[in-house]
Write a protein that binds this ligand. Structure first.
Ligand code: ADP
Length: 345
């Protein structure tokens, strides 16, 4: 019965050695039987990421890869502990799902790319018309032009965020990671927050553990902080407090942005990282958001094997914290002259 299932099924012993495999597993994984029985699956497959996955023992997660014995098939692998010291490995064909995901990503990337140029041209002309000394523009048109200018500016921001998002979702897009000192990054985010805050007069604080550096892509971390800080400024009433922190302990590093703003209802928290999800659409638009900021944050968090937690109470506060695993943190062996450490200047 199991041998005829469309999924690949294997039985592994406590040392993750192959005990049994159905026909689909034999063809997708290219086993040669009976020689491969009792051989370790890790050495049979010889995929470093798969070894990490299976040895991590975190079987709530799944692992996607190309079937080693049938490269046209994409598989999603799950491992389930079974009886005493045995494991069942199940691999399912997700080729169609992967194709659809790729089509969605290509559509987003192409649509935003195609829209960027025409919008920039319209924006450029409106920019020229906005100039005060432009005598060819009558008074009654000035208000309309100002509104068109504002809306095309917003459109451009949405398109730029769509382009950023599709780049971050592209599995081929692999940016360089190195050890980065976060003090200058947070200080510059704090200065930008002051500029964004303008006459709302927020109190802005930064707290930095400069003794530790983070293994990351600096541009992505700058974008992550900029998005969280922009939200904190937009959703916090005048004179509220905004704090940006980088702290390290035995559990890893945490980067957090907190505010004493309007907060978020508990039921909405799981949804706010979805594209264009807003708790209050009118307010979000009024304050100039694109609806994509937290979706971008979430992608960057995933690309750093980090996780994002959100704590909030309506009308009181919000705290967005990104937790980085300890493997990404290193003591700062006195900064800029150290090879490989980007001091951010
Ligand atoms: P937007 O451009 O709409 O702000 P985001 O993806 O950045 O898009 O955020 C999604 C939604 O999450 C926002 O519309 C808002 O409802 C909520 N949100 C995000 N950050 C905060 C915050 N600091 N305080 C309160 N609500 C927030």
């Amino acid at each position: 019965m199991v041998s005829r299932l469309p999924d690949a099924i294997m039985l592994l012993d406590d040392q993750l050695r192959l005990d049994w495999a159905n026909q689909t597993a034999v063809s997708w994984f290219g086993f040669r039987l009976p020689q491969d029985f009792q051989r370790s699956l890790v050495s049979l497959l010889n995929l470093p990421e798969f070894s990490q996955f299976i040895q991590s023992g975190d079987y709530k997660r799944s692992f996607d890869c190309v079937a080693p014995g049938a490269p046209a098939i994409a598989v999603r692998i799950r491992v389930v502990p079974f009886r005493q010291g045995q494991y069942i490995l199940q691999a399912r064909d997700v080729t169609q799902v992967k194709k659809l995901e790729q089509m969605r990503r290509d559509f987003m990337a192409n649509a935003s790319h195609e829209l960027r140029t025409p919008i920039s041209v319209v924006y450029g002309y409106l920019d020229m018309m906005m100039e005060d000394d432009n005598e060819g523009i009558s008074q009654e048109w000035r208000l309309a032009i100002r509104q068109m200018h504002e809306q095309t500016y917003r459109l451009r921001q949405i398109i730029d965020d769509m382009m950023t998002l599709s780049r971050l979702e592209d599995p081929e897009y692999d940016e360089e990671h190195k050890f980065v000192e976060l003090a200058p990054v947070l200080e510059s985010a704090g200065n930008n927050a002051t500029i964004l805050s303008g006459d709302k007069n927020h109190m802005i604080r930064t707290e930095i553990e400069s003794a530790c550096v983070l293994y990351c892509n600096k541009k992505e971390i700058e974008s992550l902080i900029a998005n969280l800080v922009s939200n904190a400024v937009r959703y916090t009433p005048d004179k509220g407090l905004i704090s940006i922190r980088w702290l390290v302990d035995a559990g890893g590093g945490s980067l957090s942005v907190s505010d004493t703003g309007i907060g978020i209802e508990a039921a909405e928290i799981p949804r706010i990282t979805e594209r264009f999800y807003r708790t209050d659409p009118a307010r979000a638009r009024e304050t100039g958001g694109t609806g994509l900021g937290l979706a971008i944050v979430k992608r960057i968090v995933n690309r750093h094997q980090a996780n994002l937690t959100v704590e909030s109470q309506p009308h009181r506060f919000s705290i967005f914290t990104v937790h980085f695993p300890p493997e990404r943190i290193r003591k700062n062996q006195k900064t800029s002259e150290t090879a490989g450490v980007d001091s951010g200047s």
